[in-house]
Design a protein around this ligand. Structure first.
Ligand code: TRP
Length: 444
């Protein structure tokens, strides 16, 4: 089977696809509002540490399993630990991405709809209540969710090389360019420097356990960890590629992009005299107001902005769908087309419930949460940390150190000096850090 598997065309392609998965709604939509809710620069500081001490080791763990095992979570685990129960971890990694995709596609749909709103000049007049009206309605968000899922399925149908690789190679550089244009524009607004200050001058008294746990959770989400996405992508990497370098570049570009998104949003928020701690509505509620205040240029900036979110979301959603498709194709012998259509449809159906949970189905609650929030919490607070914990335990304690070294150093040809430190992070620090996330989710 190994011979027939597709691989990425090279290291750049692999990094772009991984960065494409990492950079998404987590960066543009989630990161800015979390910064606003958790104390600005202080949160960013904690987030930096969480990325490199907690998240990156998990990335390495997944990459080691994926490339060495040469397959999806089931087959990779079965190959590395034959006959053990570890392969059943595959269940988390097939289910969690599909659950995630269902509500991710709903927010992806919001960006489709907002792009449409921007193009049709709907951000020029009074925008108050625009987000509330939109998400509580029935058909408009559903239609947008459907369009977003259809785009996602179309890229996956085209395959790894022609679909994922081509798409991300074109869109990722474009995305950086667009966001930089928006940042530069935002900085020209009068009063925007207050937003810059908010992002760079940390008030350390704002740091508490909750802020730390939130930052760790965000690092997980943003780097696409714990649910086998990175594992699956790493299995498409060639043996001669350096996974430590790929992980580091991915984490750096993900971080850079989150910061750029922060600088695209916060200065504009401060310039408009709006409170930064709005929560999830920050991008979809606050920004349209700001765009409407910019007169002529507002529409152009709005189009650029929501187009950027849409691209970023798509390169992530395709990675979510690919995990399940790889599983069905390789383990169950399904065709790529059938796997894609069945999984996209299942995820779409769940997404319908998520979308409706803001409006007509708001009264249906699971454990005190609407369907959307329930799935988000299930994935971000539980399944991803659980997956991350098991991956690091597997690599740190179940695999032999010699095998891990062989994989991370490409048979002793690179990363020899840093291997010791990386190994300690994977074996000790990351599992302890994840345990902290768990405990705080349980207790807080
Ligand atoms: N990282 C993406 C974002 O920030 C979301 C994502 C894609 C993801 N694939 C994932 C999150 C796998 C967790 C696991 O938007």
């Amino acid at each position: 089977m190994a011979a027939s598997r597709e691989t990425f065309g090279g290291k750049l392609a692999a990094v772009l696809a991984m960065a494409g998965s990492a950079i998404g709604l987590g960066n543009i939509w989630r990161f800015p509002y979390l910064v606003g809710q958790n104390g600005g620069a202080a949160f960013i500081l904690v987030y930096l540490v969480a990325c490199f001490v907690l998240a990156l080791p998990i990335f390495f763990a997944e990459a080691v399993i994926g490339r060495r095992g040469g397959g999806n979570t089931f087959s990779a685990m079965e190959k590395l630990a034959p006959g053990s129960a570890w392969k059943w971890m595959g269940l988390i990694t097939v289910a969690a991405p599909l659950l995630l995709l269902s509500y991710y596609s709903v927010v992806g749909g919001w960006s489709v709809d907002y792009l449409f709103k921007a193009v049709t000049l709907q951000f020029t007049g009074d925008t108050s209540g625009i987000f509330e009206r939109f998400i509580t309605s029935t058909w408009e968000p559903l239609a947008a969710h459907t369009v977003f899922m259809a785009f996602t399925a179309a890229v996956i149908l085209a395959g790894v090389k022609n679909g994922i690789e081509k798409f991300t190679k074109i869109t990722m550089p474009l995305l950086f360019l667009l966001i930089i244009v928006i940042v530069v524009y935002g900085l020209t607004l009068p009063g925007s420097w207050k937003g810059v200050e908010y992002l760079v001058r940390p008030d350390l008294s704002k740091i508490n356990v909750n802020v730390i746990a939130t930052a760790m959770g965000q690092a997980f989400f943003s780097l696409s960890l714990g649910v086998g996405t990175i594992l699956t992508y790493a299995s498409y990497m060639r043996k001669e590629d350096n996974v430590v370098a790929a992980g580091t570049y991915t984490a750096l570009s993900d971080l850079l992009f989150a910061l750029l998104a922060g600088f695209a949003v916060m200065p504009a928020v401060f310039a408009a005299g709006i409170q930064p701690g709005q929560g999830p509505g920050l991008v979809f509620d606050t920004l349209p107001y700001i765009f409407s205040q910019m007169h002529g240029a507002g529409t152009v900036v709005a189009i650029l902005f929501f187009f950027s979110i849409l691209i970023a979301a798509l390169t992530s959603s395709i990675s979510l769908l690919e995990v399940g498709v790889a599983y069905l194709v390789e383990e169950k012998g399904w065709s790529r087309k059938r796997s894609t259509l069945v999984l996209a449809l299942a995820s779409w159906a769940l997404g319908v419930l998520c979308s409706l949970s803001f409006g007509p189905m708001a009264h249906v609650q699971l454990l005190g949460k609407g369907f959307f929030d329930f799935l988000d919490s299930l994935c971000s607070d539980w399944l991803m940390p659980l997956g991350g914990l098991l991956f690091t335990l597997f690599v740190g304690w179940r695999m032999s150190k010699a095998d891990v070294r062989d994989e991370l150093t490409n048979g002793g040809t690179c990363n020899k000096r840093i291997f010791g430190a990386v190994y300690i992070l994977v074996r000790y620090l990351a599992p302890i850090g994840i345990a902290v996330v768990f405990l705080s989710n349980l207790l807080l």
